[in-house]
Write a protein that binds this ligand. Structure first.
Ligand code: ADP
Length: 438
């Protein structure tokens, strides 16, 4: 349709140009005929001339006075001496010009011829004539274009529907069944491959979902159990004191037990909150430059009394390495690792915290000479609430959440936790920060 319309504009332009030049040609010829007629018969020729439909004939005297005009009364017409074509005719015998006529107020072509008596006869035609002729010619063309447009619209819609039908009938679940264009086969094969991949991924998501759901259930069960144990002993001791059964000399010991259990509960709730913060992506925690060596030193002094009680020697080695991390998370990691290395150590054992840096990574290592972890337990120690050998761990206060916090904290900072251990010899826990991530 756009092509049709453009064609129409082109046709109108070409026709208008052609008709105008033909009309101008006719005007020139008419002026010459009339001038010859007037040479023969004078003014009478003009008066007897049958009125042409849109040709205007004017006779102008040497001084510019209009002597005759076939459309307007010459008495009311102004002097024509200054008209371009009239001046040209006086000078050269003939003259022409195209302009907007004052009298006709339309674009007009003028042709003037000088007569032997010194007067000038001028013939004028307006471009209206060319437009009128063009519209007359254009009418059948317009009808043809209109019919062609309607026909092409109907046909285009029919053909489009026919082409689209097999595409619309493709079964996207089984794209290769049914008939369709050969050109679409590679596309359909890709859809089928993608369908398979989506199914596979859905299956994996379901498995992952189930795993997470089980973990969640296990976690909830563990939380309830772990919270209930200290609560049971707290309420047991409190009940004995409340009922007055406790001997006065035991009250202090019972109150101490209540205090210890409440402390354990409070630690556990604190650890659960830290873990859930890490699970949620750390909230609004800000990264900042942190000197790992400094953190290790301050943790060493924070745990000095515990280490002293256990007769464990703690030392910090390595170099000052600054990483870009969240201070609270780094503190937790270092504190938990150092605390474990002291707690699960032997009398007179030692703990070494070491900060190392090479071209690719930064390593924070905590090595102890403690009881160690059995190979099959290493996998599990970072699980929530998991404690090796519950009976032994009972002697050592803990929530079973420390290594879980370390592992999640490291992952949050883009680092990895590695545990190497040998029962009876000691444990080495490394936190590996890849350089581009720190
Ligand atoms: P918690 O120390 O509160 O029990 P953790 O998550 O920190 O909990 O540790 C889980 C378990 O892993 C501990 O109960 C302990 O049995 C074992 N463990 C952790 N660190 C060490 C270590 N340095 N040496 C030996 N055993 C360890």
């Amino acid at each position: 349709m756009v092509v049709f319309l453009l064609c129409m504009v082109l046709i109108v332009g070409v026709l208008l140009e052609d008709f105008s030049s033909r009309y101008n040609d006719q005007t020139r010829k008419a002026a010459i005929y009339i001038s010859q007629g007037m040479e023969e018969a004078g003014m009478d020729y003009l008066r007897d001339l049958p009125l042409q439909n849109d040709q205007r004939i004017t006779l102008i005297a040497q001084d510019g006075t209009v002597l005759f005009d076939n459309t307007t009364d010459p008495a009311v017409m102004e002097n024509h001496r200054e008209r371009e074509e009239v001046q040209e005719a006086f000078a050269e015998g003939t003259g022409e010009s195209t302009r907007y006529s004052d009298t006709l107020s339309k674009k007009t072509y003028y042709y003037a011829v000088l007569l032997s008596n010194g007067d000038v006869v001028r013939v004028a035609t307006t471009q209206n004539a060319a437009w009128t002729l063009m519209f007359a010619t254009l009418q059948p063309i317009l009808i043809v274009v209109l019919v062609a447009m309607i026909l092409s619209g109907v046909m285009a819609s029919g053909i489009a529907k026919k082409i689209i039908r097999p595409i619309n009938s493709i079964d996207l679940d089984h794209p290769r069944t049914g008939e369709c264009y050969d050109e679409l086969k590679p596309f359909l094969e890709r859809i089928e491959a993608q369908n398979k991949q989506i199914k596979k991924q859905m299956h994996q998501i379901e498995i992952e979902h189930e795993r997470r759901e089980n973990l969640r259930k296990e976690f909830t069960a563990n939380v309830s159990h772990e919270l209930k144990t200290p609560l049971t002993s707290i309420s047991g001791f409190a009940e004995i004191i409340k009922n007055g059964i406790a001997k006065p000399e035991d009250v202090k010991r019972f109150a101490g037990n209540i205090y210890d259990e409440a402390q354990r509960l409070s630690n556990m709730v604190g650890d659960i909150i830290k873990l859930s913060q890490l699970d949620e992506g750390g909230g609004a925690m800000q990264r900042e430059p942190i000197d790992l060596y400094e953190v290790a030193c301050s943790v060493k002094s924070a745990l000095a009394s515990v280490a002293q009680k256990m007769h464990v020697d703690v030392c910090v080695k390595g170099e000052h390495v600054v990483i870009d991390a969240v201070s609270q998370v780094v503190d937790e990691i270092v504190y938990n690792l150092c605390e474990n290395a002291i707690k699960y150590n032997i009398e007179g054992g030692s703990v070494v915290m070491c900060v190392q840096e090479d071209a690719l990574s930064v390593r924070f290592i905590v090595q102890d000479t403690g009881i160690g972890i059995a190979p099959d337990e290493i996998e599990r120690v970072a699980e929530r609430f998991y404690r090796v050998n519950k009976s032994h761990s009972k002697e050592v206060a803990g929530t079973g959440l420390g290594l879980s916090i370390v592992k999640h904290g490291a992952a949050f900072l883009g680092a990895q936790m590695q545990i190497e251990s040998e029962v009876g010899k000691g444990t080495k826990v490394s936190i590996l920060f890849e350089k581009e991530l720190v």
